[in-house]
Write a new protein. Sequence first.
Lengths: 319, 334
Amino acid sequence: MQVFPIRHAAAILKTTLAKGLDGHMTTDIINILMSGIFYASTLFLLAAGLQLVFGVQKIFNLACGSLYALGAYTGVVFVEQFHNMGISPLFSIVPLILAGLSLFFVGIIIERGLLKFVYERDESFQLLLTFAVVLMIEDIIRFIWGTSPKSTSGVYLVYGQIHLLGSVIPVYNLIVILSSLLIAVLIGFMLMKTRFGRIIRATADDRQMGEALGVNMRIVYIKVFTLGTVLGTLGGALVIPTTAAMTEMGVELIVMAFAVVVIGGLGSMKGAFFGAMVVGILRSFAISTYPELELLLIYLIVIGVLVFKPEGLFGGSRA
Amino acid sequence: MGSEPNGSFAALIRKRQTWLLLAGILCFVLLPRVGGQYTSYLVLTFFGYGVALLGFNLLFGYTGLLSFGHALFFTSGAYTVSYLTAKFAIPYMEVSIVVAVVVAVVIAALIGAICVRYIKIYFALLMLAFGMLTYSFLIKFYYITGGDEGMPVLRPHLLGFDLSSMAKMDFLTGWYYYYVLTVFIIATWIMWRIVSSHFGLALRAVRDNPEKAYYLGIDVRRYRWYAFIISGAYAAVGGALVAPVIGNVDPTLTYWTHSGTLVFMTLLGGFTNFLGPLLGGLVYIFLQDGVMSLLHYWRFVFGAMLAFIVIVAPGGLAGAIELIANKYCAKKGA
């Protein structure tokens, strides 16, 4: 007979409370927080492109997880090449970034080859078109890299780890967190301070007005979708040393990305950031206390948000 | 309705619809005798999906709501059969179907009450969320649901007859085939009555112009909710019928890509036509079987096909047939 989940969780809570805030407890909290923040950074990288594209083009890109997967696989290839050229694995971050950036052409292909035909159509058809892209990319990955998981052997360990208040944190995790923050800042800067950013925000608010004022929407859409694609592929490439690339990761990751953007608010960059934090930390907390609740908890929140605050917890301000 | 020119394809069909219908049913009845076991097996799967697709399209084609989580109801139906046959030792298929409908109606009434407040992309995403919620529930609470291995489905009794002594394929392409065919025909007939009733017309009005429908006295949300519940019940019956065929239910049935498959089938056949989704389901199942055995990369082929349909031929196969046939008939008539 199984223990009723809630009673089980209550028991854990009771014992941890009884133990009090001793050394063990702080270590636990730091571990949970750090893994949560790390996961949040990977989620942000995954969701940022989705948000940008939804904000401007109003297309919910189901293929964002697949782009992320594509970036991850390309990252593995680039790192191997660098390795073969005899460059120290310590510089692996360089080929990873290059891998992410080099995939920009995928965005142009998808936008020019498929999406441009459906901008005037019903949202449902746009959603379905991105689903078609999911199916295609999954098999392209299978065709190029086969079905066995791929990983960048050694890169993760080369960077070593640091000790913080009794808990061990891999340095590469910190690199991911920092790059994620850096990308967030760069996007923020681009959106708020540059001419292109102003155009993006303006067209996200009112496409027709943008067009009337002489903005070439064709170019904006190409740029935005390519940028969204690169954010996804870059994210995948940066995160890959911490895990292994698998063919199914595209369809699996969209489930988390989806939770992030709905909780944060569709189309809002700020939403992607805070949504990722909420989901990341919540997930890491659930895993260390009651793993059964992991996805369930996150999805209950997603539904709660969709029902009570469909614009998202941090939405409101566009892009 | 009835406004088509005399030479049109639709008019031609209407003139001969009884005969066409009977011919179609006859084909299905004779299939296990002439078509071989494997073909009948695929068609059997199609019947199950067909019922689910009829329900799906009541929501998508007739009410204008795209559900990206409809596999949720399909799964609830399949798990119901598994629960009844394997856990509670109630092997009667009729009981399974009735319970599946009741369970689905309850779930759909609850979820629907929330979902029908939204339309378009928010509805689609909310359903995706509910589908994935169910998925994580099924996979994590393994002591109730069997986790990722799922649960077995025992061979059900049909109309009270215990047929467990038959070989599996003989049972499936024999008695079970005709049983499911009967349910399929009844379900199709009921759905036809629904969409051609006042209620069906009201749904179309809601789809095309909710505001106008509202001013004409149609309670838009309530009608969407009804459609949602009927749609869920149909999907559950479909799942219940397919469960004994696959023999084991597992959480991937409610994964979002499976919901995507239902959408795909509907679109492939054509959501604007009553029989379109059925055609799509049949073609999809045979095409998948064929492409999979020929080519390792069937997903790519299907993805490209879906993209083509969305961009070039949103009417799907039924739409294309209608177009070609109309041209042909017009030429003949002139």
